[in-house]
Write a protein that binds this ligand. Structure first.
Ligand code: NAD
Length: 269
């Protein structure tokens, strides 16, 4: 049975990905520091006929990434999919960045995925290859949050480098870049900026916010044989919010006839 390791497996996206990977026939290991929630999700997956195991871990502890992969190797002897999903925000503005917060965000969002990929390579290679999926963010195209955007932009770069360097071991490496999701991850920011969710909904041609399941679908696809020739890529799970802002008339049939000079400029820029 193929094995998938999902970090942040007790969170909204991690749990949704674990459920979907289990449905697709993976045994899933959920690695998270929130032990009770992780165990509850594992129990739910098992009740529904899947196989899931909790690995309590604080990924920011020294040596945690290597210990986690060692534990997977010892317990299951293989690794076919690694989902680097655990993440955090902090240090949003350059005028008030606290170095300790910057370091923690960069460590969890960028350094840990690198260390996990490094530790996982021999086990994945021994398993005949596999798929690494890094959960980045649409912010790499924007500029919101000094530490968060820097870390997620770095994660896209890491995705590309790993795709090149691990490809010969038949290890594919891709990223998903979700936009704003309606998950507890955003509770604080939503409290501080009540219009944020509505403005993301408006930005999407699909007119809604993304869900954890939307992101999980892209992760499960990239982990599956259906994506066998896809590596080094980024799937935007953004409902179109990765596109440049459109003028109000862009959806109309006769939009091209009605464009003003400034609208033409907007489309071109
Ligand atoms: N929610 C969004 O709007 C959004 C948008 C784009 C990208 N993302 C990315 O998606 C990923 C998951 O987001 P989510 O919305 O499910 O968040 P979430 O807060 O629901 O889940 C994050 C999980 O990571 C775990 N975690 C945090 N620090 C950890 C540590 N040091 N060691 C072990 N586990 C730790 C938490 O316990 C939690 O279960 C993150 O990487 C996030 O950056 C989220």
């Amino acid at each position: 049975m193929k094995l998938a390791l999902v970090t942040g497996g007790a969170g909204a996206v991690g749990a949704a990905a674990a459920r979907m990977l289990a449905e697709d026939g993976f045994r899933v290991v959920l690695a998270d520091r929130a032990l009770e929630r992780t165990q509850a999700i594992c129990d739910e997956i098992c009740r529904n006929g899947g196989e899931a195991v909790a690995e309590p871990v604080d990924l920011l502890e020294e040596g945690a990434s290597q210990r986690l992969i060692d534990s997977v190797a010892e317990r299951f002897g293989r690794l076919d999919c690694l989902v680097n999903n655990a993440g955090m925000t902090g240090a949003p503005r350059i005028d008030s960045v606290e170095l300790s917060v910057w370091n923690a965000v960069l460590a969890l969002n960028l350094t840990v995925p690198m260390l996990l990929a490094q530790a996982a390579q021999p086990l994945m290679k021994q398993s005949g290859g596999g798929s690494i999926v890094n959960v980045a963010s649409r912010v790499y195209l924007a500029g919101t949050g000094v530490a968060y955007t820097s870390s997620k932009s770095g994660l896209i770069g890491l995705t590309r480098v790993l795709a090149v360097q691990l490809g010969p071991d038949n290890i594919r490496v891709n990223a998903v870049a979700p936009s704003f999701l309606n998950t507890p991850f955003n509770d604080k920011i939503v409290k501080e900026n009540t219009g944020l969710a509505a403005s993301f909904r408006k930005m999407s041609p699909l007119g809604r916010l993304g869900t954890a399941e939307d992101v999980a679908g892209a992760i499960a696809f990239l982990a599956s044989p259906r994506a066998n020739f896809i590596t080094g890529d980024v799937i935007h799970v953004c409902g179109g919010t990765q596109l440049a802002p459109q003028p109000a008339s862009a959806g109309a049939d006769d939009a091209s006839h009605n464009q003003t000079e400034s609208e033409e400029h907007l489309i071109a820029s």
